[in-house]
Design a protein around this ligand. Structure first.
Ligand code: AMP
Length: 213
């Protein structure tokens, strides 16, 4: 099973496409943002350390993220492929990941880079709703009754999706995460996909890149 990395700015659609890809391949999504939000909710030590960074729109320090990833990758369901969503976010994290995988004579199979203009990202984030129970992500128009289509729970706006934080997150992405595009291009792993279209059109391009029929 493949080891896939989804790269792209906040709001570009990583969560949406991750859901389909992980289902197609039967692999788990490893979304560091979801894992951190879960820790925040449960008020774990990691959650307490990460809270202020997350709520300000900044990045959680690399050492905390690497520890979290090491633990997650040691779980049984991560032995046969997985999809990273929202990790790595810095060159240091990418280098650590390379080292970790090289220790197991392993490496990533695909880096899918979803790209869209900033105006599109800002608009999508403003209309994004998430289900706190099953983590499904929707556009505002898809959940007019305010209920999760999958499980019926009430959908919410993520705290860090509020307008004041969004600009900062995009700025942080441009400064700290965008350099990963070149990093993976140099390794010959990057597939760039124009994500400024409707979901089905982007999905078709992602499927083609991954050889999904
Ligand atoms: P996301 O759901 O991926 O947008 O992540 C939400 C927030 O969690 C980010 O704005 C960061 O504060 C934090 N976060 C998630 N993943 C990482 C990561 N790999 N490195 C540092 N911070 C992260």
């Amino acid at each position: 099973m493949p080891k896939i990395l989804l790269l792209g700015a906040p709001g570009v659609g990583k969560g949406t496409h991750s859901a389909k890809i992980t289902k197609d391949f039967g692999i788990p999504a490893i979304a560091t943002g979801d894992i951190l939000r879960d820790n925040l909710k449960r008020e774990t030590e990691l959650g307490k350390k990460a809270k202020a960074f997350m709520e300000s729109g900044g990045l959680v320090p690399d050492d905390l993220i690497i520890a979290l990833i090491k633990e997650r990758l040691s779980e049984d369901d991560a032995k046969n492929g997985y999809l990273f969503d929202g990790f790595p976010r810095t060159i240091a994290q990418a280098e650590e990941l390379d080292t970790l995988l090289a220790e197991q004579n392993d490496g990533l199979d695909y880096v899918i880079y979803l790209n869209a203009p900033k105006e599109v990202l800002v608009k999508r984030i403003a209309g994004r709703r998430v289900c706190p129970s099953c983590k499904a992500t929707y556009r505002e128009s898809e959940v007019a009754d305010g209920k999760c289509v999958a499980c019926g729970d009430e959908v919410i706006t993520r705290k860090d999706d509020e307008a004041a934080t969004v600009e900062k997150r995009i700025e942080v992405y441009n400064e700290q995460t965008a350099p990963l595009v070149d990093y993976y291009k140099k390794k010959g792993l990057l597939v760039e996909i124009d994500a400024d279209g409707d979901i089905a059109a982007v999905q078709a391009k992602v499927d083609a890149a991954l050889g999904v029929g």
